[in-house]
Ligand binder design. Structure first.
Ligand SMILES: C[S@@+](CC[C@H](N)C(=O)[O-])C[C@H]1O[C@@H](n2cnc3c(N)ncnc32)[C@H](O)[C@@H]1O
Length: 259
């Protein structure tokens, strides 16, 4: 994922400009036998959706969940603990996790099953192509917890927290909906207020329609900028190491999306 420019799409366009990410066939992997999760990912079924199943649900997520309900999305669900807990605590919401790694999609599906929730799904998809999955103004909450930090300068282009990503978030959230970010990498949180008004090079850009409702320097020793924080797997690792976790909450304002 690129901090200044969006990464190159992986898939050829099938419908208009979508999808830009796709499942790879098992026989495309030379070492497929070494990763049992490749097969398990494709055969698991609900609550796990493959990339090809997921992008077809754009504008129709209510059909997948069997009801109209606010849609909450988590990016990079990891082992699925946070995802399952969001689903458990929000029975009136449809909750979808996005995860790029095969093994982790399976782990998330098992966590959702274990939690006994019916309002949670995990889909394998790339966070750089959220437009493939969602129509503008349709998300009621978006969570990103400990995105891969890519701390080295030369890897900065891989960071998710970027101007194009915040533009995506502004386009997809409903007015009044929150975007909550937690990170062990301080710059991921510190750069957000700047990116609301400038591009990744610091060149002024049209203001994005967000209000910063809270920012915290360390939610290990102090409160998160929202009530009832759910500790993620990575967050726990940093707490146990005695290292800080930074957090910020933005709320989508009514303002129109900048031209
Ligand atoms: C550092 S881990 C954090 C996991 C979890 N959120 C937590 O806090 O415990 C980052 C997660 O993001 C996933 N990830 C990385 N790049 C991604 C992308 N482009 N799209 C979706 N998920 C991605 C990784 O596979 C990994 O599970």
């Amino acid at each position: 994922m690129a901090v200044r420019g969006r990464p190159t799409p992986q898939a050829e366009s099938l419908e208009g400009d979508r999808p830009r990410f796709k499942d790879r066939a098992i026989d495309e992997f030379r070492d497929a036998g070494l990763n049992p999760y490749l097969v398990e990912h494709s055969t698991y079924g609900r609550p796990l959706l493959t990339a090809d199943q997921a992008w077809r649900l754009r504008g129709r997520w209510h059909e997948e969940f069997g009801r109209e309900a606010p849609l909450h999305v988590e990016i990079g669900s990891g082992n699925g603990f946070f995802l399952a807990e969001v689903a458990r605590r929000n029975p009136d919401a449809n909750v979808l996790g996005l995860e790029i790694r095969y093994k982790r999609t399976v782990m998330c599906a098992k966590k959702l099953d274990l939690a006994g929730v019916t309002n949670g799904r995990i889909a394998r998809y790339h966070a750089a192509y959220l437009d493939d999955l969602f129509e503008p103004g349709t998300l009621s909450a978006l969570y990103v917890n400990h995105p891969d930090p890519w701390p080295k300068e030369r890897h900065e282009k891989n960071r998710l927290i970027s101007r194009w990503f915040l533009e995506d978030v502004a386009r997809l959230l409903r007015p009044g909906a929150p975007f909550r970010l937690k990170s062990d990498f301080e710059d991921n949180v510190r750069r957000v207020p700047k990116l609301l008004e400038a591009d990744g090079d610091g060149v002024p850009a049209p203001p994005l329609p967000f209000r910063i409702t809270g920012i915290a320097d360390d939610i290990v020793t102090g409160p998160a900028p929202w009530p009832d924080d759910i500790e993620t797997n990575y967050q726990k690792k940093f707490r146990l190491k005695g290292e800080p976790v930074y957090a910020i909450e933005l709320v989508r304002t009514d303002g129109p999306f900048p031209a």
